[in-house]
Write a protein that binds this ligand. Structure first.
Ligand code: NAD
Ligand code: DAU
Length: 356
């Protein structure tokens, strides 16, 4: 029995692969294109571990995916592979259409061809778990209830629109062809191996480097934060016991305004690695031009996953964020290695034009 994990060298995918192999002996074939966001170093501890096979490739490569499915007799696919950064989708949406829409389509086609050739037991036991986002539901007002699985899709960014398209394709392949799919829609993750283009790792790095901590707009946008290891445990639970064709929302019950998140980071850094001048890192907070079309609030109702499958997050925001800051302080080599030339040119593109 073998799992095919796509995008398993990225932030959530690599946490998933590491946790999976720490808990199971079931092998993992890890298919990742290694874009700027994919980093084999995340998987360094698996070197020499025969249960992990890394393949550099594209989910949009039908022939490659079909070969892997057949060669390793895959019994489930967990699809993390995607372009994932909203700001990048605003600057250049095309990669998002290529991977999140066309890539997902070709992945589905390869899986359909493979699954169609399995015997009845293989067919009914097979699963495709598609990892998606709460952003497909659009933006909430302060008084709105959190997103339920029944909410209408109202994606607002090229990123969320491309993820919504992939969710619709996955749903359609179940309804039309009977493909045994599961979809999870998760809120904002944070934790180890988070690429430092996203709010939390970016602010940790900028704080330590004495740079501005850029807050888009008024900083009162709300996100629902989930420690990445909790997302991984939710995916394992849905894969093991989720009802075929169903959608499960995953969240941390942790709604926080961006400014509050950054202030918490600064307070932990003040305690663990105080600034040489004795001032707080919060002094580096700088308001910058807002993200175009910025969604005001996301919040997830994860009640279905708790009621039906008994899943709850293990970490509170307070415990998870402290672990995260500690991880970044202890893994500065990892951060320096991912802050390559490409990363520097992204910072120039995204922040140079934002007025302080
Ligand atoms: P990430 O950007 O850190 O990693 C994405 C990985 O996919 C990278 O390793 C990259 O190399 C790989 N990849 C990109 N295009 C590929 C392609 N065409 N073929 C094969 N591999 C490809 O993303 P992440 O934050 O780990 O997110 C993983 C998944 O979870 C995404 O589908 C994302 O939409 C979803 N998600 C993310 C969050 C979050 O807060 N980060 C929350 C909810 C859902
Ligand atoms: O909600 C789930 C989504 O969470 C995932 O689907 C995405 O893949 C993931 O990137 C994340 O999207 P966000 O846009 O919410 O994450 P990001 O870290 O980019 O931004 C978090 C909030 O912080 C958002 O309101 C924008 C704001 N922000 C972000 C950056 C990078 C800033 O204020 N300043 C910044 O420099």
């Amino acid at each position: 029995m073998t799992l095919l994990v796509t995008g398993g060298a990225g932030f959530i995918g690599s946490n998933f692969v590491l946790d999976w192999l720490a808990q199971h002996d079931e092998a993992v074939v890890n298919l990742d294109k290694l874009t700027y966001a994919g980093n084999p170093e995340n998987l360094a501890t698996l070197q020499g571990d025969g249960r992990h096979v890394f393949v550099r490739g594209d989910i949009g490569d039908y022939g490659l995916v079909l070969d892997l499915l057949k060669q390793y007799q895959i019994r489930a696919v967990v699809n993390f592979a995607a372009e994932s950064h909203v700001d990048r989708s605003i600057h250049g949406p095309e990669d998002f259409i290529q991977t999140n829409v066309l890539g997902s389509f070709r992945l589905l086609e390869a899986i359909r061809a493979y699954w169609g050739g399995l015997d009845e037991a293989g067919k009914s036991g097979f699963r495709l778990l598609h990892v998606s986002t709460d952003e497909v539901y659009g933006s909430l007002e302060k008084i709105d209830p959190p997103f339920a699985e029944t909410n209408q899709y109202q994606p607002n960014s090229p990123y969320s629109a491309s993820k919504a398209a992939s969710d619709h394709l996955v749903r359609a392949y179940h309804h039309t062809y009977g493909l045994p799919v599961l979809t999870t829609n998760c809120s904002n993750n944070y934790g180890p191996y988070h690429f430092p283009e996203k709010l939390i790792p970016l602010c940790i790095q900028n704080a330590l480097a004495g740079k501005p901590l850029p807050i888009y707009g008024d900083g009162q946008q709300i996100r629902d934060w989930l420690y990445v290891k909790d997302h991984c445990s939710a995916i394992r639970r849905v894969l093991a016991a989720g009802k075929v064709g169903e959608v499960y929302n995953v969240g941390g019950w942790n709604e926080k305004a961006n400014l509050d998140v950054v202030n918490v980071l600064c307070a932990i850094l003040d305690e663990l690695q105080a600034r040489a001048d004795g001032k707080s890192y919060a002094e580096q907070i700088t308001y910058v031009t807002d993200r175009p079309g910025h969604d005001r609030r996301y919040a997830i109702d994860a009640g279905k996953l708790e009621r039906e499958l008994g899943w709850k997050p293990a970490e509170s925001f307070e415990t998870g964020i402290r672990k995260t800051v500690e991880w970044y302080l202890a893994n500065q080599d990892w951060v320096q290695n991912v802050m390559s030339g490409e990363y520097q040119s992204w910072l120039d593109k995204n922040y140079a034009e934002r007025q302080a």
